[in-house]
Design a protein. Sequence first.
Length: 275
Amino acid sequence: MDLVLDAADRHLLTPYVYPAGWPEDEPCRQLLSLFVITNLGALALYLLFGTLSYYFVFDHRLKTHPQFLENQVRREIVYALRSLPWISVPTVALFFAEVRGYSKLYDNVEDSPYGWTGVFLSMLSFLFFTDMGIYWIHRALHHKLLYKRFHKPHHLWKIATPFASHAFHPVDGFMQSLPYHVYPFLFPLHKVTYLGLYIFVNVWTVSIHDGDYRVPRLLRHVINGSAHHTDHHLYFDYNYGQYFTLWDKIGGSYKSPAAFEGKGPHDYLRQLREK
């Protein structure tokens, strides 16, 4: 995140916003800047990719499904916009620790002991580490002591749209993002790679709520896509994973998506039209 902060300081904050005498590395200034940047960035990613997905990917026929709520799209957006600033508070604390040099993020490929191979392998390990972490955190949030208070609001959307992707209770939203932020404190990761992965995970979160169930046949039971996550919203106790089905299979919570068996929401709507 220091790359983003440095760019903001250089092109906007130092020359136009902050007093000339306020040092760029002063902690209070960094915290304030990170809070603004984090909120604007999260808002931009959510609205940009959510809107693109809603208008160009999401099948609007799903809005006629009996479990699609009245004014649902507006409610999803409002809930997300109210939650994102609160989610950003602990997130900024972790970004601040990164900026102050406590993480294992590095600037140059040469700083990796394995060069470009190390950069590529770190991307794979990031995906597998975060997939594992999110699986267990997500599953824990379904425990009766946590579900009603923190995770139930996200399950309000049975037939989700891309705008449901960030419509979490703030505690729920931060907890499920925690593996992304923990990784660079445990393992070396290139800073640009980290930013790219941060964008990717936001796009992926949108994509598993987009109602487009198409997955290459060979990957249907490997990749946790929208069809899997739709069943999670509909049937509750299945498909907790984020990218892959591995941990659901290990944890006994894997369910072959109903959409792959001719029993998904689109199939239900087709049956209604035929009656």
